[in-house]
Ligand binder design. Structure first.
Ligand SMILES: *Cc1c(COP(=O)(O)O)cnc(C)c1O
Length: 379
């Protein structure tokens, strides 16, 4: 089976973790601090706060902005559920913002309309879908004009650059995930980057039971969580980050090979604003509308050809929770309806060989032929 994703763990990673485990100092310590320093440096930010997951990063980012009951948060429609769940976990309400169907990312014009219309928008969460950066050059100044802070869900976009500026550094805060589905991993893990000292203090307190990070002895200034990262995961993060450039280069190469091989098929390849602005955490094509109805069958045919593929990500307003909570229905976000129906994620990871890439492309071509023939049987 050619897997959709596969973490890249080697002997150096294992050795770094074993050393920390043997030391007996297991919770957040010097290795977490080193990991934070490396991520901050990579993002051109002054500060980074490591936490237990990408979801914890998003949750703390909203907490640091005092998002709470009665607040609205503008958020993209097409993402992993965590992006909107954290809004509800803060007792606030999402205002979903339509995507651009070509980039799968928040449409700046739709955001402009939302900010003009909606009241009490306390934050904006754009997502860099599948590692491809949203149009931050438009979204960041637009939010600023309305006085609304931006929290980037950059879970999949570590190492991406737009106009030379790193993903995660455009907003007030940028949130990353180190889940094994991402380019580099700490098992579970997340990081928030920021340049603001006041935000930093709140993030650190919220991460650690509300403990005042600046006090000489234990004192507690707010009700916080325990969202700390372990120190052996911090050590793993440091060795993993060394691999980031080579892992991203390989992903880019695979994406370019797919672009070539899939040319001529009835689908749209993924796009990027600039060559450097996509990390290809996932390679997601868009089947033509007539093929979209056969997507489940295509996924099944790929599975039988030993290729693991999936639907990309989720149409959040149409998940059961948000349908019920907000009364969302098909037709409310037509671009998202279209994308969510026709999206198909193909395997992409640094352990794939060139042969694997060709095999996936051939399997997809055959699967499309097969569903097209059964729809139009030869006379
Ligand atoms: C992976 C991911 C998350 C959640 O990260 P975890 O580390 O799994 O909690 C949030 N948003 C997006 C867009 C993601 O891809």
């Amino acid at each position: 089976m050619i897997r959709l994703a596969c973490p890249e763990i080697d002997e150096a990673d294992l050795a770094a973790m074993v050393e920390v485990l043997k030391s007996g100092q297991l919770v957040q310590g010097t290795h977490v601090r080193e990991f934070e320093g490396r991520v901050a440096e990579l993002c051109g930010s002054t500060r980074a706060v490591a936490v237990s997951s990408g979801t914890a990063a998003l949750h703390l980012a909203l907490g640091a902005l005092d998002v709470g009951a009665g607040d609205a948060v503008a958020v993209t429609t097409y993402s992993w559920p965590a992006t909107a769940n954290v809004i509800a976990l803060c007792n606030a309400t999402p205002v979903f913002v339509e995507i651009d169907p070509r980039s799968y990312n928040m449409d700046p014009e739709a955001l402009a309309a939302t900010l003009r219309r909606a009241r009490s928008v306390k934050a904006v969460i754009p997502v860099h879908a599948f590692g491809g950066m949203a149009n931050m050059a438009e979204i960041a100044p637009l939010a600023e004009r309305h006085g609304v802070p931006v929290v980037e869900d950059a879970a999949c976009a570590l190492g991406a650059l737009l106009k030379g500026r790193p993903a995660g550094s455009w907003g007030t805060m940028g949130c990353f995930s180190f889940h094994p589905r991402k380019a580099v991993t700490t098992g579970e893990g997340g990081v928030i980057v920021t340049d603001r000292d006041d935000t930093l203090v709140k993030l650190r307190a919220l991460r650690n039971h509300g403990q005042d990070p600046g006090a000489p002895g234990p004192d507690f200034i707010l009700p916080g969580y325990n969202y700390r990262l372990t120190d052996f995961q911090g050590a793993l993060g440091v060795t993993q980050l060394r691999k980031l450039p080579s892992v991203l280069a390989r992903r880019k190469g695979i994406a370019a090979a797919y672009d070539q091989m899939l040319r001529g098929l009835p689908l749209l390849a993924p796009t990027a604003l600039e060559p450097a602005s996509h990390t290809f955490q996932s390679y997601v094509v868009q089947l033509s509308p007539d093929l979209a109805t056969a997507r489940d069958r295509i996924l099944e045919l790929l599975r039988r050809a030993d290729v693991e593929a999936n639907i990309g990500t989720h149409h959040l307003p149409l998940t059961t929770y948000w349908r019920k909570a907000l009364g969302c229905r098909p037709g409310d976000y037509p671009a998202t309806d279209q994308v969510a129906a026709g999206a198909l994620a193909l395997p992409i990871h640094s352990r794939m060989t060139d042969e694997d890439v060709s095999m996936v492309a051939r399997a997809l071509e055959r699967a499309i032929e097969s569903v097209t023939e059964s729809a139009n049987p030869p006379a």
